[in-house]
Design a protein around this ligand. Structure first.
Ligand SMILES: [Mg+2]
Length: 231
């Protein structure tokens, strides 16, 4: 195994449990805004519809088809459409409330803290995320993981998104790291694994949902605790 010195972690769905934090927030808002009174819809379908639409919007954002603002502006409009609810009934503060509350949720993926505790003694850790500056910092503070990391690199700061090779070169330069001793760890095959592969870095695919694929990441894990065996 190569001697790694720098580990670059993705944040959403890799360390910070986006689905749990987002789901909890959506359920709270659904009940507070009494959305069950708007039509034949329950909190569960609101959460699952949001999840599907949000994923597809993030794919479009990642390929530069839509901007951050468009993603934020259209998310709930599309969810309401899909659920057959009148758009005029979208509470004005829904997007803002969602953004504020969700990023303040503290939930991490299983074993994230144990793994960071173990790794930070042996390696220099960094965050490399396609998320937005304003919310990523809050998520890290809310979940108490900020101090584990030397550099927190966002797509906004770098001016491009994973899997664009330029964000990897930017990160390596900032961290004074080289490809041979760096490892990218993330849950996205396209952004994290293929992106890092093209940039010449080894990669860990965190495939917690066990999706089928034909890529050949350097390592593949289904639980973060496996990192303690690899590294
Ligand atoms: Mg991710």
């Amino acid at each position: 195994m190569p001697l790694y010195r720098h580990l670059f972690f993705d944040l959403d769905h890799t360390l910070w449990d986006f689905e749990r934090c987002s789901g909890e927030t959506l359920e709270e808002l659904f009940h507070e805004y009494q959305m069950e009174s708007l039509g034949d819809v329950c909190a569960q379908s609101f959460v699952s519809t949001f999840r599907t639409i949000n994923r597809s919007l993030w794919l479009q954002y990642g390929t530069g088809q839509i901007s951050q603002q468009q993603l934020r502006d259209t998310r709930f409009v599309l969810v309401m459409n899909e659920l057959g609810l009148p758009q005029t009934d979208i509470p004005a503060s829904l997007t803002e409330q969602y953004m504020n509350r969700c990023s303040r949720k503290p939930h991490l993926q299983p074993y994230a803290r144990e793994v960071l505790d173990y790794l930070h003694h042996k390696y220099t850790l960094h965050i490399l995320t396609n998320g937005f500056d304003d919310v990523q910092m809050i998520k890290m503070q809310s979940s108490g993981i900020t101090d584990y990391f030397s550099h927190i690199i966002t797509a906004q700061k770098a001016g491009c998104y994973k899997p664009d090779g330029r964000i990897f070169s930017y990160s390596l330069q900032l961290a004074a790291a080289d490809t041979a001793t760096s490892l990218m760890i993330g849950d996205s095959l396209e952004a994290d694994v293929i992106g890092a592969q093209r940039a010449g870095m080894d990669q860990v695919f965190y495939n917690c949902e066990g999706i089928g694929h034909t890529e050949r990441p350097t390592y593949e894990i289904t639980c973060l605790s496996e990192l303690m065996k690899i590294l």
